[in-house]
Write a protein that binds this ligand. Sequence first.
Ligand SMILES: C[S@@+](CC[C@H](N)C(=O)[O-])C[C@H]1O[C@@H](n2cnc3c(N)ncnc32)[C@H](O)[C@@H]1O
Length: 218
Amino acid sequence: MRMRKKKHGAERIAACSELLIENIEVLKEGFGEVFSTDRPVHMEIGCGKGNFACGMAEKYPDVNFVAVEKVADVCCVALEKARARSEERPDDNLRFIIGDAKNLAENVKPHSLDCIYLNFSDPWPKAGHAKRRLTYRSFLEIYKNLLNEDGILKLKTDNVGLFDFSLEEFEAFGMKIIWHTRDLHSEPQNADNVMTEYEKNFSDKGQSICSAWVKFED
Ligand SMILES: C[S@@+](CC[C@H](N)C(=O)[O-])C[C@H]1O[C@@H](n2cnc3c(N)ncnc32)[C@H](O)[C@@H]1O
């Protein structure tokens, strides 16, 4: 996501420090230091401006949510949104990490997550850029290490090329596709759906949304 450099970005992020996991190394021991209540942990990777993370944390107070975003200025918007909406959350169950997904495996306790969400990840359409896609096998290896035995990876995208590539990668990696659709908003599963900023923009333009839920097999 491109964004003009924010004025006073560092100060604005610091003002939301109660929502930020600044030193992700604490996660080597799990999420006990971060959340006061022990609950299943769900992680969104590439959260953008944070609408999904805020909406999910409000809707599911029995889950702890962690949203990861590699661009600090984008995460600043998400943090400020989460702060403005803190009254909407029945519990203190939302945190953000400013960082790259590729660094999660070495800093987060293995098998400590119940669900990972990839929402409208950058499609990187050029074949030479396939390794940058968040569903490329090197990223799947990271997610496999992070998710627990019953953990699920949930993907949403408008991009058919990325969706087809992802389904192929999942199968090549030996993952089980539990459910998938090329038109999420016409499915019963949409009843529980929380829309992201990109999802709203694309669906307002009449574009259908692809989604898949997958599991790693032993
Ligand atoms: C196309 S935007 C979608 C944002 C949001 N999920 C939505 O649906 O509205 C993708 C976001 O993923 C972030 N991102 C891309 N690669 C990432 C990575 N390796 N680790 C963390 N965030 C990443 C980008 O900075 C960008 O904000």
